[in-house]
Design a protein around this ligand. Sequence first.
Ligand code: FES
Length: 109
Amino acid sequence: MADYTVEFAGTGETVEVSDTETILSRCIEEGIAQEYSCRVGMCLACSAEIVEGEVTQPAARGLTDEEAESYALTCMARPQSDLVLDRGKYPPSIDDEAAASEAPAADDD
Ligand code: FES
């Protein structure tokens, strides 16, 4: 087990997170205002852009493989190095999620 420093860019906030816990769970414990909703890697509410460092997040199903290289879903992501994250930055696919939720229900007529 290793502990890493996670810094939230532009906030002055840092938190120590082990590689066995998610970034979000540690933020909740430390009272850091990381946004979240589903906590199962689907809604993208907890997204942060990865400015520096690496995470592992195999269960981040809301991200495309390409997005997972640049964004962390903090409810699923575990650090693999010290990190700098830009909280509240969302991957492009969040626009698809929003469009799908706003689309009118299919008419069966
Ligand atoms: S809280 Fe929904 S993806 Fe993390």
